[in-house]
Design a protein around this ligand. Sequence first.
Ligand SMILES: [Zn+2]
Length: 288
Amino acid sequence: MKKLVLQLLTGLLIIGALLVGMKIWFLPKFVYKRNARSAEKVVTSVSSKGKSEEDGYETYTFEEASKKFTVDQSLLLVNKDHTISSDYPADIVEYKDTGVLMNSCIIDSYAKLSKAVMDETGDKLFVMSSYRSYDDQQRVLEEEGPEIAALPGTSEHQTGLALDVYISEYAGAGFIQCDAGIFVNEHCYDYGFIIRYPYGGEDITGFEYEPWHIRYVGLPHSKIIEESGCLFEDYAELFEVGEYSEYDGYLIGRMPKDEIKIPKDSKDVVISEDGLGYVFVTIKTEAK
Ligand SMILES: [Zn+2]
C-alpha cells in the first residue's frame, strides 16, 4: 500500500514537473523572423518614379508640405546609430490628466489599445515609463549604468513614441506571463504599435526581447511590420525612395525631403521623417 502511494506521488510529481516545463516552453515569445516574408509581397508597388504634375502628382518641399498636410513624428528611427539631439522637439502632451507624457500622435491609439486590453482581459494597462527627456535619460544612465540604460540621444523614450506598459503584478519580463501581456504582444499591431525589441532581434536592435516596450509607428506601418516580420531597423529600407506602394486602403511613399511627391487632391495625408534623411507619406485612400 505504502509503495503504491509512493508510486502515485512520484507519478504526480513527474506530471507536475512536465506541466511546469510545458508552460515555460510554450510561453509566447514574439520572434522576429528576418526576411520571413519579403515586404514586396506585403505591399504592392505603385510606380510613381519620374511622374510629374501632368501625371497627377504635386511636388512639395518639406516646409511646403508641412503647411498643407499633417506632420507627425511617428516613423522616426532612433537607436545607437541614429541618435537625436538633446533639444529634439518631441511633440509631447499629457495623456488624459494622468501626468503621463506621450507624443501627441499616439494618444488616441493608446486609448484604443488600453480599452481593448480592458475589454479582452479585464486588466487595466498602466504606463511605467513613457517620455524621458535627454536629461532624464542621462540621470537613468547614471543610476542604472550603461549595461542597462541607453545613452542619451539613443533612446526612443526621448521621442515620447515608446511606452513601457504593465498591469498590476506583471511588469517587465513578467508582463508576457499574463493575458494582458499576451494580448498586447499579439494585437498591438492592430492599434499602430509594434513590439520594438522582439525575441531574436538582439543582434540588430541591441536589446533583448522586451515584451513591455511598445513603440508607436502608426497604421498601416505596424501591420506591415508584423506581416513582413521585419524589425523597425529594416523597415524604411523596404521602400524605394520616390516610389509609392499600396497596402490595405493606404498609399505609402518614401520621398526625399526636398521633393515630396503627393497625388493631387489627396486628403488624409500624414508626413513623417524617417530619421534616415527621408520622409514617409502615408495616405488613407479608403475610409475605414
Ligand atoms: Zn522602454
